[in-house]
Design a binder for this molecule. Structure first.
Ligand code: SAM
Length: 292
């Protein structure tokens, strides 16, 4: 199940307190929430956007690689993009915002010939990737990078990547900075390559919960209790964002699933967006133009 555990790290913390505080739980939870809401208002949305790397790094320092589940469904949903035809060279992937490696390691296991670039702006996340039992330096190039400000061409040959994956990653970026990220990945994407996106859709259970807790800091944009942010996409908003930066929408849909949490006696309406984009009009590197 994609990203389900990522919904609200904060809520896990509260559930933990819920048990330890016993009969005082409702008052302690509401006091804690009120304090948080006051903090969100005081800080303002710019604070969380400017300090995003700090909050995510702290997240991995606390949770290590125990928070997200491995994303085995990518092979089933998008296997055709990763498998190389006979006589074709192995595909090159860039996983943006790789976290602890929950996307890359299942992919490598399913497609052993892949070469993977994996970046994240959290140094703790990159250390977790490098210390993973399946990490091989000749197959994975893991590096620290803020994709909204560091030029990917400093680490990756321009136009050399066949598949860029953004798995529950774009939602972590402030809407103001999303265009910068897309411009950056466009510079390393092969003209025949694809960008695969999986993320939170509007109307998801997580969005409703964050709204009810007054954790909204912008339109469809929220801050969780741990300071990390999350944006929820409609099909229209995601395809318009990519179109503006020179991408075509190949496919886009919203996947809905009802999940029952028996221990908490709630039914969650989960909604995830899945999309594939291509760049049919990728600019050629200067190097190629000069050699013609
Ligand atoms: C929800 S996690 C997803 C991790 C991973 N893609 C997966 O499949 O499990 C979002 C990740 O994006 C990273 N991230 C957010 N903004 C970033 C940025 N501007 N540059 C690089 N990484 C970023 C965070 O550190 C975090 O690891």
């Amino acid at each position: 199940m994609g990203g389900a555990m990522a919904v609200a790290p904060h809520s896990r913390l509260l559930v933990g307190q819920h048990f330890s505080f016993g009969c005082f739980r409702s008052s302690s939870i509401s006091i804690k929430r009120q304090q948080q809401q006051r903090r969100f208002l005081l800080m303002g949305s710019d604070h969380y956007q400017e300090k995003a790397a700090k909050y995510w790094d702290h997240f991995y320092k606390i949770h290590h690689n125990k928070f997200f589940k491995d994303r085995h469904y990518l092979e089933k949903d998008w296997g055709r993009f990763f498998s190389a035809e006979k006589d074709q060279e192995a595909k090159v992937v860039l996983e943006v915002g790789c976290g602890a490696g929950n996307t890359i390691f299942p992919l490598i296991a399913a497609f052993p010939n892949l070469y993977v670039h994996a970046c994240d702006f959290s140094p703790h996340a990159i250390s977790l990737v490098k210390s993973h039992g399946d990490f091989r330096e000749d197959q994975v190039n893991a590096f620290v990078c803020d994709v909204t400000s560091d030029d990917l061409c400093q680490k990756i040959v321009p136009f050399s990547v066949d598949i860029v994956t953004l798995i529950f990653m774009l939602s972590a970026v402030s809407p103001k900075k999303m265009p910068l990220l897309l411009q950056n990945i466009r510079r390393i994407l092969n003209p025949n390559g694809y960008v695969l996106v999986r993320d939170y859709a509007t109307g998801d259970f997580a969005q409703e919960r964050l709204t009810s807790r007054n954790q909204m800091i912008g339109e469809n944009f929220y801050v969780r209790g741990d300071g990390t942010c999350v944006f929820c996409f409609s099909e229209d908003c995601l395809s318009t964002l990519f179109k503006r930066e020179g991408f075509n929408t190949v496919e886009i849909n919203v996947y809905c699933k009802q999940i029952k949490n028996c221990s908490r006696n709630i039914v969650m309406d989960r909604r995830w967006i899945r999309a594939v984009f291509s760049d049919s009009d990728c600019p050629r590197p200067t190097l190629f133009q000069e050699s013609r």
